[in-house]
Design a protein around this ligand. Structure first.
Ligand code: ZN
Length: 46
């Protein structure tokens, strides 16, 4: 099941089965944490 992931360094949000190993925006390693839909909505401003 796909969920939302957020980089805790730059706040970038990714949607998928897992967060990226390296953030494409700030290059932080293993910085992605799973967040719930409500928080993703807040961050992404749908
Ligand atoms: Zn980042």
């Amino acid at each position: 099941m796909k969920t939302f992931w957020k980089c805790n360094v730059c706040g970038d949000v990714h949607y998928g089965n897992a967060g990226p190993d390296v953030c494409p925006t700030c290059q932080a390693k293993n910085a992605y944490q799973e967040i719930d839909k409500k928080e993703a909505k807040k961050v992404m401003a749908f």
